[in-house]
Design a protein. Sequence first.
Length: 190
Amino acid sequence: MEILRGKLLIFSAPSGSGKTTLVRFVMKELNILAFSVSATSRKKRGNEIDGVDYYFLSANEFRKRIESGDFVEWEEVYPDRYYGTLKSEVERIRETGNHVVFDVDVVGGVNIKKIYGDDALSVFVQPPSVDTLRDRLTARGTDSIEDIETRIEKAEFEMTFADKFDKIVVNDDLEKAKLEVLNLVKDFID
């Protein structure tokens, strides 16, 4: 008997666009989804848990895993701050027949889509404006003013990638965005 392999659902967005909120909503609504935990070399924030929120690796360990070919995709987002998707995590979920959900950087999203093609749906979550994004990042209270401005510069660059995704969801009304994302996912996995 052939094992059903799950599809891949890729969500990417500039930081503060509401991507993680949308991913959590869809995962709560559909019990056939499994979250792909990314690896990162950044420090834990608040109550984050290793293996649940991220696989937290040192920059040196991350580089060793890159050299070993352990990642589907990875990126050095800032100096010595890496993010990536472990091959073992993707295959573990797919082999259960569940659908893999990614909450990744835009470059990672584009790279995963290139690798998995029609088995993957890529969704770009876009903020209504850069000013709204700045307000959201400030309200989060997790970053310094300098970090926020660095994230805004990066967001402006990341928004140029939107057309490389299968679908774009503008998150100007959270409830509307939730329903839009849920419908996109349902249509893709059916």
